[in-house]
Design a protein around this ligand. Structure first.
Ligand SMILES: [Cu+2]
Length: 123
């Protein structure tokens, strides 16, 4: 088991290092294939008092981007669920409006270390 995990971890680290504002080549591919709009993530099930935010996120290249953004949004106080979708470049977030708001979620996306993602309210 451990034999598999170590190379996987190394590959993950390498692709994370290769991904960011300076990793331009992948972006071109993404744009070339994104002419058909991808299906955005489904609405979340909300507990009482929760709200859902739908964010449009620019700058994601791969699943490491998705993981980094998911982690960052999930760390915002009041956020109880977060689904980030790469093909549609959208995220849905369930949050308690007494603790978090749209500005906090957008700021969390912008605060992902070593990256420059931009989020705004999805149409
Ligand atoms: Cu990435």
């Amino acid at each position: 088991m451990r034999r598999f995990l170590i190379p996987l971890a190394i590959i993950s680290l390498l692709s994370l290092a290769a991904c960011g504002p300076t990793a331009a080549p992948e972006t071109n591919n993404a744009q070339a294939t994104s002419e058909q709009p991808a299906t955005p993530p489904a609405d979340l099930q909300l507990a009482e008092g929760q709200q859902q935010a739908r964010l449009a996120i620019e700058g994601m290249h791969c699943h490491n981007c998705v993981n980094a953004i998911t982690k960052q949004i999930s760390a915002v106080p009041g956020v109880s669920a977060c689904v980030v979708d790469l093909p549609s470049e959208q995220a849905v977030v369930a949050y308690d409006p007494k603790q978090a708001d749209m500005d906090a979620l957008i700021a969390a996306v912008a605060a992902v270390p070593k990256a420059s993602y931009v989020a705004k309210t999805a149409e």
